[in-house]
Each structure stands twice: as C-alpha cells, then as structure tokens.
Design a protein around this ligand. Structure first.
Ligand code: VGL
Ligand code: ZN
Length: 198
C-alpha cells in the first residue's frame, strides 16, 4: 500500500459541502444511490475545518416550485429541492457549524445551475476570506460536484476533490467515474480522510 501524502488543511483553505440535502438521499425525491454515506464522512471533514477555524461553505439546490429542470416543464428531473420545503433541508445529521456560509443556487425559475459558483457570490466571498484552495465533497459527483469543481478551477482556486465524500447519480453507468476523471484532468487533486486528517 502506498502512503498518501499529507493534505492537511491550512490557512487559505476552505471546505465546500455540495448539496447534501434530504431530496438527494435515499427516500428523497431525486435520490442519489448511497448518498447518505457521505454524511458521516463529511462530518469528519467539517470537524477538521472548524477545528482549525477554516471557512466552511454549504451549497444547496434551492428551486422555485415551477423550476425549468422539473419534468412537468420538460426538464430531466422530478421536482426536488423546492426552496423552503423539508426535501430542500440539509441532511439530518449533517453537522454544519453555525458560521457556515450557505449558498443557494438555481433559484430562478427559468435557469438551472449545477455549480455553486453560477449566479452566486461564492467566488467573491471565498476571495474575501483569503481562500485559495477549496476541498470539495457532496452530491452529486456527476452533476453539482463536477460543475462546482470545474468553476472553482476556472475561477483560479486550487481544488482537492474529497473522493470518499462524493456519490454519483449515474443516469448512465460510469458517469461518476468519468466525472472524477474529468475533474482530475482539469487540474483537481484528490484526497481521502487519511491524508486530510494526517
Ligand atoms: C443536482 C440534479 C439536479 C445535484 C441538482 O445537486 O447534483 N443534480 N439538481
Ligand atoms: Zn436541481
């Protein structure tokens, strides 16, 4: 077994928890297979970042009831994460700190947004907090994690993809693996708890 190099978070780093919402967990309106498994792992990452006083961001899909991504409007998805409903709430047991920066996205009826950076002030808020590198985990690997990582890189942030804290929708089998490869090819590093907690 090769030893993973240390990826200990340091000043200039932030954690981004992508869309860990009830509707994306088993039993939810747009369930990601085994999506619930990211919660305890993300809680460990949350402990590490908050223990070091590093910024934590939680993005959330926050759609109006008539959102264009919903099937009734010709979109690909069942209605999910409707703003203010129980399904849009963060997953039970996700231990977000009180100071977490909450970023709501895809809030306009006629536009979808898979990235936490799209039409939000996330990049500005990270820069204002002195962030240069973001550690990203959450749901789903092949949609909102992928697009958030792409945009983070395009905005000039370094990215560490938390491989043990992501799960994929897999509309097409292999989508998750392809998304991870694409993020790595675009310049993201990958890490697991053993390296980050080291
Ligand atoms: C997402 C599908 C539709 C996600 C959001 O958070 O990955 N996927 N809306
Ligand atoms: Zn959505």
């Amino acid at each position: 077994m090769s030893q993973s190099p240390s990826m200990e978070p340091r000043p200039g780093d932030a954690l981004i928890v992508v869309d860990v919402q009830r509707d994306f967990l088993p039993g939810g309106a747009l369930a990601v297979p085994r999506g619930d498994e990211v919660v305890p792992v993300l809680n460990r990452y949350l402990e590490i970042f908050t223990g070091r006083d590093l910024p934590v961001v939680a993005t959330r899909d926050w759609h109006p009831a008539d959102h264009c991504s919903f099937r009734e409007r010709g979109g690909p998805w069942p209605p999910h994460c409707i703003a203010g409903t129980p399904g849009a709430a963060f997953a039970d047991g996700l231990a977000l700190p009180a100071q977490a920066i909450i970023v709501s996205k895809a809030t306009a009826p006629d536009k979808d947004a898979y990235s936490g950076f799209q039409d939000t002030d996330l990049a500005r808020r990270l820069r204002e907090a002195g962030v240069r590198r973001v550690f990203v985990g959450g749901l789903a690997t092949d949609y909102c994690v992928l697009n958030t990582v792409r945009d983070a890189l395009a905005e000039g942030f370094e990215v560490v993809l938390l491989e043990d804290a992501i799960r994929a929708v897999e509309v097409h089998p292999g989508d998750g693996e392809r998304a991870v490869k694409e993020m790595q090819d675009a310049g993201a590093d990958t890490a697991r708890l053993d390296a980050v907690a080291a």
